[in-house]
Design a protein around this ligand. Structure first.
Ligand code: ADP
Ligand code: MG
Length: 320
């Protein structure tokens, strides 16, 4: 099962103090198509978790609507939404029951019941859980009777992934699920999430401040800053065609270099002038500028470090 997720004109404010209010999300619009994997990338405080919680239903927006498929779920309580939404949180204990065993945790997700006393596990279910766990590594299938609270962070996140597999939700939300793990485990878990995606047909929203995660996992990346979406695009689009200076500087490590330059034209067409050196633009860019009849002007020229190379001509340059 996989559904479209749509946020329209979502605004969410918090009271920062009695006088000021903080706009955490500012008229945010986002459509995630069924089966798509969208990553939401932004630095601390950009509004990612607020957006996550608005989708989850643990926060209600001040304005705007949330749709799952063609259903308006804006006013639906979180525990009702949870039937169709799978979650992985930064803290692997959140959303799992530490005093219940691995098997019971999977059973809760599988049966969509609130308490293990409401279900009786049969052999077929147990065998299914074993099989799911065996694909997640770390020998969890042999520890079905172990309480979740006794597991390591990496093991718990795997159980949480197992819960999502058996639940088969319409949308799967993840809020920085790997940021509590060490670097090695993080890479392994990233691979697990890619496998999870191949395994369950669902719509993913993955929140992160880590651009490598965002670029490698996402079909599309939503770049956030101060509660605003700066750009939505494929990893290639946001890298090659940043919508603004913020995205240009934010995506790519090391960062893009910026220079004050001039855009002008002569008989051969548009060129960029930097420190007296003229570079005529490729035909594709010429056409776009001609079509919009762009006037000569001061511009910011962005050059990625990997596009700078040493050449044999005695061009003047210095490295600082
Ligand atoms: P992110 O997850 O991108 O780090 P958040 O969505 O948690 O960002 O926060 C966005 C902004 O909203 C921040 O400025 C944060 O301080 C503020 N904020 C978030 N939750 C609350 C809250 N419960 N009360 C007051 N301010 C909040
Ligand atoms: Mg957050």
């Amino acid at each position: 099962m996989s559904s479209q997720l749509k946020l329209t004109d979502i605004t969410k404010k918090f009271e920062a103090n009695t006088v000021n209010e903080k706009v955490a999300l500012d008229h945010l619009n986002l459509t995630v198509e069924p089966g798509q994997f969208v990553t939401v990338l932004g630095s601390n405080g950009s509004g990612k978790s607020t957006m996550f919680n608005v989708i989850l239903g643990s926060l209600f927006p001040d304005e705007g609507k949330v749709y799952l498929g063609d259903k308006d779920i804006t006013k639906l309580k979180d525990y009702k939404r949870a039937l169709n939404i799978g979650c992985l949180y930064q803290n692997p204990l959140r959303g799992t029951a530490p005093n219940l065993t691995i098997e019971e945790n999977l059973a809760l997700a599988y049966t969509r019941k609130a308490s293990p006393s409401f279900f009786a596990l049969n052999k077929k279910d147990s065998a299914y859980f074993r099989e799911v766990l065996s694909t997640l590594g770390m020998g969890l299938e042999d520890r079905m009777k172990t309480k979740i609270g006794l597991l390591s962070g990496g093991q718990r996140q795997r159980v949480a992934i197992g819960r999502a597999i058996v639940r088969n939700p319409a949308v799967f939300l993840m809020d920085e699920p790997l940021s509590n793990l060490d670097a090695k485990l993080r890479n392994q878990m990233r691979a697990e999430i890619i496998k999870l995606r191949q395994r369950i047909n669902t719509t993913f929203v993955y929140v992160t401040h880590d651009q490598t995660e965002a670029m490698t996992l996402g079909d599309r990346i939503v770049i956030m800053r101060d509660g605003f979406i700066q750009q939505i695009g494929t990893p290639q689009e946001v890298f090659n065609h940043p919508a603004n200076l913020f995205v240009a500087g934010f995506i790519g490590t090391p960062q893009m270099n910026f220079f004050d330059a001039k855009l002008d034209k002569d008989a051969d067409g548009y060129y960029v002038e930097l420190d007296g050196a003229r570079v005529h633009l490729p035909e594709e860019k010429q056409q776009a500028l001609r079509a919009n009849n762009v006037e000569p002007q001061d511009i910011t020229l962005g050059i990625r470090p990997e596009h700078i190379m040493l050449c044999s001509d005695d061009a003047a340059a210095h490295i600082s």
